[in-house]
Design a protein around this ligand. Structure first.
Ligand code: SF4
Length: 242
């Protein structure tokens, strides 16, 4: 019994250490003042255009948002929102999901792609939340990053949406594309894009910035056919076609 406890503690220490490694170096320098002022004008326009922008993944609590965000990798939010009602109906708590047979979870999440891996991560996440965190999704960044399937993007979504804590900017496909079009980044990799956005924008807008850019990417700056003519950013955007 004592040996098992010792092994569990050792495992927890190792995953915390690995999680710390993942967060190291996340303190980019501020971008030049002129660039920050220009970016702020875009943010003000976005805030006026999307005053009620919020997370597009349906959820009722931190556990559901964590699971939905794990499922959203390489998948649209709409598809995830079609999948999660059955998932949360059958396994409404971490304890229930931790006991779920993997094949059954795979069947439910199949349409979101990479379903074997996602089912394994969902069950692993639920197990760790039940066993180590008393059934509650942890708020601490390092603890969140120690959950299976939870990388920085998922942790940022959960901390930002549930607790209003901003450690970074969530970079999804819309945020990545529009940030490039607006001239905010020249990078391709989400980790570097996030650092460019953190350097350009004050911390208080980080959480909402992603929500607004995602809304903008769905409604106006649509991939392959951006509606520059009706875009409120067209005077501020270096990629505007008008
Ligand atoms: S002006 Fe065009 S390219 Fe620029 S953000 Fe608006 S829709 Fe996108």
């Amino acid at each position: 019994m004592a040996a098992r406890k010792k092994a569990a503690k050792k495992k927890a220490r190792a995953s915390k250490k690995a999680a710390k490694k993942k967060t190291r170096g996340y303190a980019p320098r501020k971008a030049p003042r002129a660039a920050r002022l220009k970016a702020a004008r875009v943010v003000v326009t976005l805030e006026e255009t999307y005053p009620n922008a919020e997370c597009a993944l349906n959820h009722r609590n931190a556990f559901e948002l964590t699971a939905a965000t794990i499922l959203s990798a390489q998948c649209t939010d709409e598809r995830v929102n079609m999948t999660t009602p059955e998932l949360f109906h059958r396994w409404p708590t971490p304890a229930a999901l931790a006991r779920a047979p993997q094949e059954e979870v795979e069947d439910v999440v199949r349409s979101t792609g990479f379903f074997r891996n996602k089912a394994k991560n969902l069950i692993g996440m639920a197990e760790r939340v039940s066993e180590v965190y008393g059934g509650e999704i942890p708020q601490d960044m390092d603890d969140l990053l120690s959950l299976p399937g939870v990388a920085r993007k998922t942790a940022n979504v959960v901390r930002g949406v549930i607790w209003g804590l901003a450690d970074g900017v969530v970079v999804d496909t819309h945020v990545k594309r529009i940030s490039g079009l607006l001239g905010w980044t020249k990078k391709n990799d989400p980790v570097h894009i996030e650092k460019d956005l953190m350097a350009l924008h004050p911390q208080e807008v980080w959480v909402n910035l992603s929500h607004m850019l995602i809304h903008h990417g769905r409604r106006i700056c649509i991939a392959r056919r951006p509606q520059c003519g009706e875009c409120p950013l067209n005077r501020l955007c270096p990629s505007s076609a008008v």
